[in-house]
Design a binder for this molecule. Structure first.
Ligand SMILES: *Cc1c(COP(=O)(O)O)cnc(C)c1O
Length: 480
């Protein structure tokens, strides 16, 4: 054994470091930056969704992995020349799909620096700067979102991962209160913990509960009204072994559960209240919209994204927990070689090795300030409300009360709704997605990009009006 090992060591030779002597790191990064700048400069004019030729050209990526590797500059050129034309313009002003947000220039620039640093921001030892900045970002996030000071923030990859994090902390804490040591004993034989979700809970909330072993058949479903808000009169019974999952910003309607009615009842029963506020939590930053979230600060945990309405790049989200020990207890990954205490981000998120995701959030908040964030949010809501009014006027049915940045609408029939959506997508001028709402086809327009201005809203309205007129004309003249 020893002999063969020493033979391996004796014969092992490090390959040459610079097996691509032509590569110059600084030139390559400059080239990447020039290409990225060209791409971003095209944001105003790019198709909202790439054309079929650009997508077909992606087949060029389907290469065989070589033994010898390929030159870095050629690899970058391929990425840009084939990848860029096929990019969905989520970072543009006329993309109204999902709730993607764009990237604020300062957040994208900060992210460039974080990538250059390439630190593992698990602990202050791995990234003193990252840790210092994320500590400030934590304080600012709690401040601007008006959540309890002293709550812990884990800067994770997504609302999916952060929601999973919060529910993990919730269940562990409820079990601890019932005298059960979850870390040592796991779930076998544990007192049952129930999860209550609304019938329009986001799929990633359901995913978190499914992954954690709650079982979709065991979820207790709370009924909602026409806008997807939990109806307090039909709230299932809650107790101290219940996690109640509420929503700030339903993904179709943008609606908010009635927190001020629901949360005090849940707390009185001893339940844990978690709020999925992936985008809607940012309504709290606006004096005009905050009423939608009244009472939300009484919850135990909240998730929200940076990469949606705050307009940071991906992957950037927050798990916020009122009781820091509940979060750290659930997520701790201290080891003999990496011990860092409760404030280390690796002890608050799913990730161990990670980049300092909070830096992009810090940069966005620092540059916009309170007023700037509120203005971004309010602008998107005003755009959505104007689109909603214009669609009604053009003959569409708007299905939701447009309280936030989501407009849910349809034409007279499922077929027309889909045909108009497809035609809008094919135009490349705008893009929005579809959904099924209360059993019917519907389209969703979401306004969440800092780039979207009045002129882009005008264009979207004109396009949708034209498509509706074309359809009505087509319907009365079937021979055309
Ligand atoms: C987008 C979204 C999520 C999931 O967030 P990701 O960051 O995409 O994982 C969860 N809930 C709601 C309401 C969302 O809009």
């Amino acid at each position: 054994m020893l002999t063969s090992m020493s033979r391996t060591i004796r014969w092992f030779r490090a390959p040459r470091r610079d097996n691509h002597p032509a590569m110059n790191e600084i030139e390559l990064l400059a080239d990447a930056d020039a290409r990225a700048r060209r791409f971003v400069a095209g944001s105003e004019t790019r198709r909202a969704f790439p054309g079929a030729e650009a997508i077909a050209a992606l087949a060029a990526f389907d290469e065989t992995l070589t033994d010898a590797g390929r030159p870095p500059e050629e690899t970058l050129a391929m990425l840009d020349e084939i990848g860029s034309p096929a990019a969905v313009a989520g970072n543009g002003p006329r993309y109204f799909g999902f709730v993607v947000g764009a990237s604020l220039p300062v957040a994208a620039a900060a992210e460039r620096m974080v990538l250059a640093w390439d630190q593992s921001a698990s602990t202050p030892l791995g990234a003193p700067g990252g840790a210092a900045i994320e500590k400030v970002a934590e304080r600012w996030v709690l401040d601007i979102l008006r959540l309890p000071p002293g709550s812990a923030v884990g800067f994770g990859t997504s609302a999916s991962a952060c929601g999973l994090t919060c529910v993990t902390a919730a269940r562990r804490k409820l079990l601890a209160q019932a005298g059960w040591d979850f870390d040592r004993k796991g779930l076998a034989g544990a007192p049952p913990i129930r999860a209550v979700v609304s019938d329009v809970a986001h799929v990633t909330m359901i995913k978190a509960l499914r992954v954690l072993g709650f079982g979709t058949d065991n979820l207790v479903v709370a009924a909602t009204d026409d806008n997807g808000r939990i109806d307090p009169a039909r709230l299932p019974t809650l107790d101290d072994r219940t996690i109640l999952c509420l929503q700030a910003g339903e993904v179709n309607t943008g609606s908010f559960d009635p927190f001020a009615e629901l949360i005090p009842r849940a707390k009185a029963a001893g339940a844990w209240v978690h709020v999925d506020g992936a985008f809607g939590l940012w309504a709290r930053t606006s004096d005009r919209l905050r009423w939608l979230t009244d009472g939300i600060d009484q919850a135990d945990s909240w998730t929200t994204d940076g990469h949606k309405w705050l307009n940071t790049p991906y992957d950037c989200a927050m798990a916020i927990v009122r009781d820091p020990a509940a979060l750290t207890g659930a997520m701790s990954s201290d080891a003999a070689y990496s011990s860092a205490g409760a404030e280390a981000q690796k002890n608050r998120t799913m990730e161990f090795s990670r980049r300092a995701r909070g830096v992009a959030i810090w940069a966005a908040l620092r540059s916009l300030g309170r007023t700037g964030v509120a203005a971004l949010v309010e602008r998107c809501v005003a755009h959505a409300q104007r689109i909603s009014a214009a669609l009604e006027e053009a003959g569409y049915n708007v299905l939701n009360e447009v309280v936030l940045n989501q407009v849910l609408f349809r034409a007279a029939s499922d077929a027309e709704t889909v045909a108009i959506r497809d035609a809008a997508a094919a135009s490349g001028e705008i893009w929005f997605g579809g959904t099924v709402w209360r059993g019917q086809q519907a389209s969703r327009i979401s306004v969440s990009s800092w780039r979207t201005g009045d002129e882009h809203v005008d264009l979207a309205i004109a396009k949708l009006r034209q498509l509706m007129e074309g359809h009505q004309a087509g319907a009365t003249e079937p021979s055309m």
